[in-house]
Each structure stands twice: as C-alpha cells, then as structure tokens.
Design a protein around this ligand. Structure first.
Ligand SMILES: [Zn+2]
Length: 371
C-alpha cells in the first residue's frame, strides 16, 4: 500500500483520502485496555486503624507497606499502566477524598487494602475480599457477619472535621444509616466480583492461610468510587499467626505478590476485550437457576445485582428487562434479540441512558461481554 501511495500524485492522494470513509472517531480514540489503577492503603496519620494486642503494630503501616509493594510490582510488570496511591506516606486522607482521587483519575480499578481485627479475641484469622452491596442470600445480608467490620472501617469518617456535612448525615455507627445501601444499583459490581474472585484464588496457599471468601458489604469507600472496586482485608492483626506473617517482609511481599497475580489475571482478560462474565461465579457457586433458552441471543447488560427488581422498575427507563439469574447475581439486559444487528442498534440507544452498560452474548444461561 505504501509503495502504491508513493506513485500517486499528491493531489490525487488527497482526493483518495477524502473519499475513503474514515472509521468512527470513537473507535479510534478510545483505548479499552486497563490503563489506570488506584491503590488505597487504608487509614493513615492520626487514624492508626486496628492495633496489635501488644500495641506495637498498626494497621496503617501494614496497609501502606502492602500497597507500596503492590504498586511497585504493577509498575514493573506494566510500565504503561498508571498506578496511583491515595497516600504514599503516613498521612490522613478522608474516606471521601480517597474515592475522589480514583474518580478524578478515571481509574479502571480501585483496590483498597486493609487489615482485620477481632474485638477481644485471637481466634479469627484469614483474608477476605469485599465488593459493594449486600448478599442476595437470606440471613446473610448486611446486618449479619461483616456488619461490625463495615461499621468499624466506615467509622474513620468520624475522625474528619466536617463529616456531618460531607457525608449527608450518614452515621457510620447507626444501623439505620445503612438502609440506603440496599438501594444501590451498581453496574460495576460484575467486574468487582471478578477481581475479588481473582484475589481470592491468588491468595490461596499464601502467607495468610485461611480464606474467608468474597462477600458484598456496605463499605462507604466502595460506594463512592465509580469504577470496579474491591476492599481486601489481608489477615487479622489480632491473630498471632496472621500477625507473624504481617510483621515479616516476606509475608508482606507474599500478600502483595498474590494481589499482583490477581491483577495480572484480571487485566489480561480485561484487555482481551471479550470477557466471560459469569462462568467463574457459577463454578464457585451453585448451578445457575437460569431458565435456559436454546440458541444465542444478544442484549445490553445494564445491571448486575443481588436484588430482584420489578419489571417496571423506573431504573429500566421503560425498557422490558430480560433477567439472567445466576447463583450470586441477577443480571438484567435490555433490548434483547436473537438478531445481533437489531440488538446492536438497541445497544446504541440504551448506551445513551446507561453509559457504562455493555453489549453481551447470552448463551445457555451465561452471558459473555462483547465490546
Ligand atoms: Zn481498616
């Protein structure tokens, strides 16, 4: 082609270039790879976080050490990925400010790093990974096992000067304040859960032995971020075995290294563009209860949630939703058709109302992201 162009008189070349239909701008300019990650070392400055029983080790120092190590690992592996820390030294950063850093940077992923503690006990141990929301399972909702943990992590806002105005009356210690979390619609949940599962698998057999699993819980900082976001509790400062690992450089390196492994797995799939959205979850969870229709359909996924929504919920803006029921999540699609062209036409319209929706193939009760 280049050789041919050299032989053409320049005016003819100009004419040819004008005549060639240019690809749509959006397709050319938008880079869909994972480009920016924000790592959030929990606590800092006057907020020590949890403290070991001998008062020698503070959560804020451990979260910073793990986060820095993780940042270093990502920068080394992906020099073109922008890695931002919400703090890189022992300073106090407001909870809202942490989310703002990620939102302003238009980050593709937010990783908040914390250390857990048991009130008055030493038995509880292990790591856990949290996404926003509440579990769909009965008796396992936000008022159960992780609620005290959420309250404690959210309570750091009480150390902030203007917390009553900044947080619109939200009181982190008051159960009633959490009710609004149940109304959350989060279209990033799907990817948050994927990364959470990646972290859960990567950390297995590591310095912190026991996995407490992945769950959905009402963490303020996860609510305020506008991208896939997870919060990792990297072991218990109150448990002697976990604390031994957390106090050693090797242990910190192992935890950071395993989160890096999860990041690589997640980014690799993310950058490929076509993602299988639900298979992993179905393997770990129960069988899909989806009413399996034979053949392939196409549609626009606008919501993944633990809740069951009414068909006429205003959220769907008048569209008739198509529900794909998974073990953990209900996925809602709009503009579904077995005709791909028609579904793509619908997608372009739906995207105007739901900017972060995505086009998907629906097959055998599973959905696959298609860009
Ligand atoms: Zn914490």
């Amino acid at each position: 082609m280049n050789r041919l162009l050299r032989f053409l008189p320049s005016f003819l070349l100009g004419f040819l270039l004008l005549a060639i239909p240019m690809p749509a701008r959006a397709g050319k300019d938008v880079d869909l790879r994972l480009k920016t990650v924000v790592i959030d070392p929990g606590h800092g400055g006057r907020d020590a976080g949890c403290v070991s029983r001998d008062r020698k080790t503070y959560e804020k120092n451990l979260t910073l050490a793990i986060s820095k190590k993780l940042a270093e690992g990502i920068r080394e592996k992906y020099p073109d990925v922008q890695v931002i820390l919400t703090r890189s030294d022992d300073t106090f950063v407001e909870l809202e400010g942490r989310a703002k850093i990620a939102n302003n940077a238009k980050a593709d992923l937010f990783i908040s790093v914390h250390i857990n503690a048991q009130d008055g006990g030493t038995n509880a141990n292990g790591y856990s990974i949290h996404c926003l929301g509440q579990s769909s399972r009965k008796g396992n909702d936000l008022f159960s096992k992780n609620f005290d943990l959420c309250k404690r992590e959210n309570s750091v806002i009480r150390l902030e000067k203007d917390y009553t105005t900044q947080y619109e009356g939200f009181d982190p210690t008051d159960d009633e304040s959490y009710i609004f979390f149940s109304l959350i619609q989060n279209s990033n949940l799907e990817r948050s859960l994927q990364f959470a599962e990646d972290v859960n698998s990567a950390m297995k057999g590591g310095a912190i032995k026991h996995s407490r699993g992945v769950s959905q819980d009402p963490f303020w900082v996860l609510w305020r971020t506008t991208m896939p976001a997870v919060l990792i509790e990297c072991g218990f400062i109150s448990n002697p075995t976990d604390l031994d690992a957390l106090r050693s450089e090797k242990g910190i390196g192992n935890i950071a290294g395993n989160i890096l492994k999860a990041f690589i797995a997640y980014k690799t799939r993310y950058d490929m563009g076509v993602q299988e959205e639900s298979v992993k979850e179905e393997i770990e969870g129960k069988e899909s209860q989806a009413e399996v229709k034979s053949g392939i359909m196409y549609g626009t996924q606008v919501l993944a949630t633990g809740r069951t929504m009414a068909e006429d919920d205003p959220y769907f803006s008048g569209y008739a939703p198509y529900l794909l029921k998974g073990a953990k999540l209900n996925r809602y699609f709009l503009g579904v058709s077995d005709n791909r062209e028609e579904a793509e036409k619908n997608f372009r319209e739906i995207k105007k109302i739901f900017p972060d929706c995505f086009f998907a193939e629906i097959k055998d009760g599973k959905s696959y992201r298609i860009r």
